[in-house]
Design a protein around this ligand. Structure first.
Ligand code: TYM
Length: 384
């Protein structure tokens, strides 16, 4: 069965206050076509051979390794929410990925639950989508091992994120987990026979490796995996740091001035935006010579649902300070309903645990079918 993934649809459940015009697929601000979303084979490997799959499947994950920020939201979470309308979705808190960098036990636990809440507060509906913690479904690690056996050192060494994360470090002290990280990500995606993987621009190379591994396995052992497509929105795909517009906004950035955390209170948001670096000159306009303003205008445009040229026009002759003051209010307004929902979820811990328990059960049913097929293809003798 072939199904076309055309656009990320509008989401009725999105709780970050995007105006209607800024909802996915309809924003007038920037071209919101989905890159590389063409025809995808969504039924070649049905997990229930007798019943064709009803809708194509989505898988995506985020690491619980720090504070979720506006870049995560614009690059990933808003698409998670939107894609529920047309896809069966699995959203995963990838705790095994997070431990490739040393975490304290208390922080990892807190961040894991907080990130699950972030998915829910962004609008992921656990009735429709499966929400899981990666380590609750051991099949992720097992499939990773099998994929390790068909992955080349050379292709992992070429991963940009690996090069970035290990820049300046001696080979002797680079963790194997950091090196092998993309193979675990491939296992995450392939385990669920995902057709589409909504991510920010920085993860595209990893999804491409996943495609290569799926094809390599299918060719070597017989078809076992759907080959997934990355889904990357042009707008918000790469939100840059407020303190350095040449590097992406990142939760592992040295300074909290780099990012707007989704739970930052209004006065912190105002301060961070006031202090955000700007370009030389005074004109509020985007362009290659104005990386900082381009980034701020993009954030404004997506959150306010207003095209960049119209924002630029409104600020002619008004200067950076006024623009930044207004941008801060746009961000505060957009985040308010999300923050309120987060507070509700934080007050009801039992609810989140129940969502995760139920998610793990539903995920395991899909994952175990894929794993059984893979084991059979490889020739591993089933447990008697
Ligand atoms: P992570 O946890 O770094 O980021 C989660 C999602 O947020 C996007 N993102 C951004 N988008 C726009 N601008 C930014 N500044 C920005 N920063 C982060 C990321 O692209 C990502 O979509 N390896 C993945 C997690 C992962 C995964 C997976 C993703 C593990 N298994 C399977 C998809 C499918 C990661 O570290 O994302």
């Amino acid at each position: 069965m072939w199904q076309r993934v055309t656009a990320v649809p509008d989401s009725r459940h999105c709780s970050i206050a995007l105006p209607p015009a800024a909802t996915p697929g309809t924003s007038p601000g920037r071209d919101s076509r989905i890159d590389r979303a063409g025809w995808v084979d969504c039924g070649a490997v049905s997990d229930q051979p007798d019943k064709p799959r009803r809708r194509p499947r989505v898988f995506s994950g985020t690491q619980p390794s720090g504070t979720p920020h506006l870049g995560n939201y614009l690059g990933a979470f808003r698409n998670y929410t939107a894609m529920q309308e047309t896809h069966d979705c699995v959203y995963c808190v990838v705790d095994l990925h997070a431990i490739t960098v040393r975490q304290t036990r208390a922080e990892l636990r807190r961040n894991t639950i907080e990130l699950a809440n972030t998915f829910l507060a962004s609008g992921v509906d656990p009735e429709r989508s499966i929400v899981i913690v990666q380590s609750h479904v051991p099949a992720h690690s097992e499939l990773m091992w099998i994929l390790n056996t068909i992955t080349y050192m050379g292709e992992l060494r070429r991963m940009t994120q690996f090069k970035d994360k290990t820049a300046g470090a001696e080979g002797e002290s680079i963790g194997v987990g950091i090196f092998d990280y993309p193979v675990l990500m491939a296992a995450d995606i392939l385990l669920y026979q995902a057709d589409a993987v909504p991510v920010g621009e920085d993860q595209k190379q990893h999804v491409e490796l996943t495609r290569d591994l799926a094809e390599r396995f299918n060719n070597a052992f017989g078809k076992a995996f759907v080959v997934p497509e990355p889904i990357i929105r042009t707008e918000g795909a790469r939100v840059m740091g407020l303190d350095d517009p040449t590097r992406k906004m990142s939760k592992s950035a040295g300074s909290a001035g780099n990012y707007i955390a989704l739970m930052d209170p209004p006065d912190v948001i105002r301060r961070k935006i006031r202090r955000a670096v700007t370009d030389s000159g005074t004109e509020v306009r985007g362009g290659p010579d104005k990386p900082a303003l381009t980034n701020l205008l993009d954030i404004y445009s997506v959150l306010a649902g207003e095209p960049v040229p119209s924002i630029e026009e409104r600020y002619v002759g008004r200067g950076y300070a006024e623009f930044k003051t207004d941008l801060a209010e746009v961000v505060i307004r957009a985040l308010a309903p999300f923050q309120e929902r987060m507070r509700e979820l934080e007050a009801d811990k039992g609810y989140t645990l129940e969502v995760l328990r139920n998610g793990a059960e539903r995920a395991e049913a899909i994952a175990s079918r894929t794993l059984a097929k893979v084991r059979e293809r490889v020739g591993l003798v089933p447990r008697p």
